[in-house]
Design a protein around this ligand. Structure first.
Ligand code: PLP
Length: 752
């Protein structure tokens, strides 16, 4: 049956008579049917990618692209006066992730399926996800993100496992989401939940009774852990996730008739950050119940599991008190104790290697590093810092375990879906094969001196800027000038990412305009990102940005030259709108702190030019495009690490020494912003920047402002700028997650 007839059959009426609801439901059903026709990918060995987050983004458009029917379906809808975009809008974005780590997991699932490898994701079915961000009085407020709606993209199954917490047992339920490869096979994402969750216990934003596990277990991703009950809840969630994972893996292996002693021949488990670390003791426990000795089980599990490190920030390296683990998962304590004993009794007498420290806390990453066979960082610089600084003691005993896997992004979502005009232009220039082999984007280099092609590239960017301006106007009632430079910083709010430095640039520019020095071209500074609910300083930064937005956009002297926009509730769908429209990609983390970044890769692929520090994958972007096609500023990671080790950075000295820094910092509590904002919040932020500034904003502020001025000036040199755009796109092939997955498979998983 042709596509049009099939759609009408599913609708039970003609396309002309259907509304967006009905069209969405029919398209969803169409995807489900087509997807069921694709057999699940089978390879001798199977990957299980366990992650607390999968920031999948909306599924419909991506699935239609991967099934190869997006364009046909769009055309059919258009012939009936309907728009595919409007139908896609109707889908609620799954709220199953937080930021880069969760988005990486989603890109990986897409690439594993596309490469015809057998690999499933395992995670949790959070009812309200992280939270939905709202702004009121120039501040962030959190409300539940109720994304689970009917018709659902998730398939409810009868698969259930008993999960034992101390003296009570809950029974899980598995939900599946199909992961369809690009013109290839199919895998699945398994999300676990319990039927007894009670959404009605949530009150006053995102508050709820943290003790009632049967009702609250999967309500939220990363529930507040500022008190003991919150930390216990996180442990409940983590164990629930990994016990389901371990039981599913063992069940599937038994169903296949495989010998559990040969688990490592048939199964690869990737532990995405430390949230799933308890899978190691849990699998050992279950193998012992299958009659395997502790010693053998440890060997089997070690050969099966591999760990990915995503950060050197101490707060993210989880350490749980033994007493908490004993309360939630007493059955794991003998195993964890045995694993620690193995280390204590080994030749190593460095207490930094012990799993259980002197304060009776269990270091989750240390379980992974001792009892997994691979430890990988997520960009070249990050892996070097792990080997030489943060994890040097582990590197000295396990040098062969350490390896780098530079992150990547799926080009199906991050160009084919989000930037159809650029995709079509590239097709006309170099053919379509780059969609299978991203390195072929390099062929674009031949157009370096082709004025017509460079002009076309500029036109695509301009259309995307107009598309975004219209979207902002329609959805948020905010007007921006598509002729201005779109300078974009969208990512989670965190002091190490230094949105506050960008805000200080805005103040710097505002003061210059007030002094009569107009910038050479109008600029729109665009922010988006959520702050963790308990992260006060990140919320203060949001407050500062929203106050600046209010001040500047209502100042007729300044606003023709400078505008500020903070996008509400930044998520994948919004990033797909914003990134294709960006001219400048802000990647300004304190060197050494951003493990990789993946936003930087999305911007590059869509023809934005990076303004960044020599941090994470920015370093690799610089090596690929060359110094002349990127704007790098600020102190090196070596300098920064030395400053930390010697206590050599004192923000106050920078404040005292530089008049222009002082003016910007003083402005935060000056009369203009005090009239708009909360003086206590602004003063707390100012005090932090002046007297603490743990992430060294003032260290790089002046060089940042100078390089940004240069960049705005260079934007006027259109030929130069368009060539930079072209080179960035042409060199982005390395950052396809297909390449990343091939690297993981070659070095760690050995699937096929
Ligand atoms: C890619 C992405 C991120 C990660 O961005 P970074 O700049 O690498 O921190 C976070 N959130 C969303 C919605 C994304 O799409």
């Amino acid at each position: 049956m042709n596509l049009e007839n099939q759609l009408e059959e599913l609708l039970g009426k003609s396309i002309d008579d259907a509304d967006k609801n009905e069209l969405y439901a029919a398209c969803l059903e169409l995807v489900k049917r087509r997807s069921r026709e694709i057999p699940l990918t089978q390879t001798r060995k199977k990957l299980y990618y366990i992650s607390a987050e999968f920031l999948t983004g909306k599924q419909l458009g991506k699935n239609l692209i991967n099934l190869g029917i997006y364009d046909d379906l769009s055309r059919i809808l258009k012939n009936h006066g309907k728009s595919m975009q409007a139908v896609e809008e109707h889908e609620q974005e799954p709220s199953l992730g937080n930021g880069g780590l969760g988005r990486l997991a989603a890109c990986f699932l897409d690439s594993v399926a596309t490469l015809n490898l057998s690999g499933d994701g395992i995670g949790l079915r959070y009812h309200f996800g992280l939270f939905k961000q709202e702004f009121k009085d120039h501040k962030q407020f959190e409300i539940p993100d109720a994304w689970l709606s009917e018709p659902s993209i998730l398939e409810k199954t009868d698969v259930s496992f008993p999960i034992v917490f101390g003296n009570r047992t809950v029974y899980s339920r598995m939900y599946n989401l199909d992961v369809i490869g690009y013109h290839t096979g199919r895998n699945q994402l398994h999300l676990f939940d319990i039927d007894t969750i009670d959404e009605s216990i949530v009150h006053d934003g995102i508050g709820f009774d943290k003790k009632d596990i049967e009702k609250n277990l999967t309500l939220f991703l990363y529930p507040d852990d500022s008190d003991k009950d919150g930390q216990l809840l996180r442990i409940y969630q983590q164990y629930f996730m990994v016990s389901n994972a371990a039981q599913l893996i063992i069940k599937e292996q038994k169903d296949q008739g495989h010998d559990l002693r040969k688990l490592a021949d048939y199964v690869a488990i990737q532990i995405n950050d430390t949230h799933p670390s308890m899978v190691i003791p849990e699998l050992i426990r279950l193998l012992i119940l299958e009659g395997i000795s502790f010693r053998d089980a440890v060997g089997i599990v070690t050969n099966t599991c591999a760990y990915t490190n995503h950060t050197i920030l101490a707060e993210a390296l989880e350490k749980w008190p033994i007493s908490y683990l004993s309360e939630v998962v007493p059955q794991l304590m003998p195993i964890i104790g045995g694993l620690d004993w193995g280390i204590v009794c080994s030749q190593h007498d460095n207490p930094e290697l012990n799993i259980i420290d002197k304060d009776q806390r269990v270091h989750m990453a240390r379980i992974d590093m001792h009892y997994g066979h691979s430890i990988n960082g997520v960009a070249a610089l990050h892996t070097e810092i792990l080997k030489n600084q943060e994890l040097r003691h582990f590197n000295s005993i396990y040098p062969a375990k350490f390896n780098n896997k530079t992150n990547g992004i799926t080009f199906r979502r991050w160009i084919l879906h989000c930037n159809p005009e650029l995709t079509a232009l590239i097709d006309t220039l170099i053919g379509e094969h780059w969609k299978q082999d991203a390195y072929q984007l390099q062929d674009l280099q031949q157009y370096f001196n082709d004025y017509h092609v460079l002009w076309q590239l500029e036109k695509v960017k301009q259309h995307n800027k107009e598309r975004m301006a219209k979207w902002l106007h329609d959805r948020e009632g905010i007007d921006i000038d598509p002729e201005s430079i779109f300078d974009v910083q969208v990512k989670r709010m965190h002091e190490y990412k230094r949105q506050q430095m960008n805000a200080l640039f805005i103040i710097y520019e505002y003061l210059r305009i007030k002094d009569g020095q107009k910038p050479v071209h109008p600029i729109t500074v665009i922010f988006g990102g959520k702050a963790a609910p308990a992260y006060t300083m990140a919320k203060h930064v949001i407050h500062l940005i929203l106050c600046l937005q209010e001040l500047i956009n209502n100042d007729p002297e300044v606003s023709p030259w400078l505008k500020v926009v903070m996008i509400r509730n930044y998520n994948v769908a919004k990033s797909e709108m914003v990134i294709p429209a960006a001219d400048i990609s802000e990647q300004i983390s304190l060197a050494s702190k951003e493990a990789s970044g993946t936003g930087n890769m999305k911007f590059m692929l869509n023809g934005a030019v990076t303004l960044g520090t020599a941090d994470g994958a920015n370093v690799e972007i610089k090596d690929l495009v060359g110094r002349e096609n990127i704007y790098i500023f600020g102190r090196s990671s070596d300098d920064v690490i030395r400053l930390y080790n010697t206590n050599g950075y004192h923000a106050k000295e920078y404040y005292d020494r530089s008049q222009s820094i002082r003016r910007c910092i003083d402005f935060i509590t000056g009369p203009e912003l005090s009239a708009i904002g909360d003086i206590n919040a602004l003063a707390a932020l100012q005090d932090n920047l002046k007297n603490k500034d743990w992430f060294m904003t003032l260290l790089d502020l002046e060089s940042y402002c100078n390089v940004k001025e240069t960049m705005i000036y260079d934007y006027l040199n259109r030929e130069k700028w368009k060539r930079m755009m072209l080179v960035n796109i042409a060199k982005a092939g390395f950052f396809s997650s297909d390449r990343t997955i091939e690297d993981y498979n070659r070095d760690i998983w050995h699937l096929r």
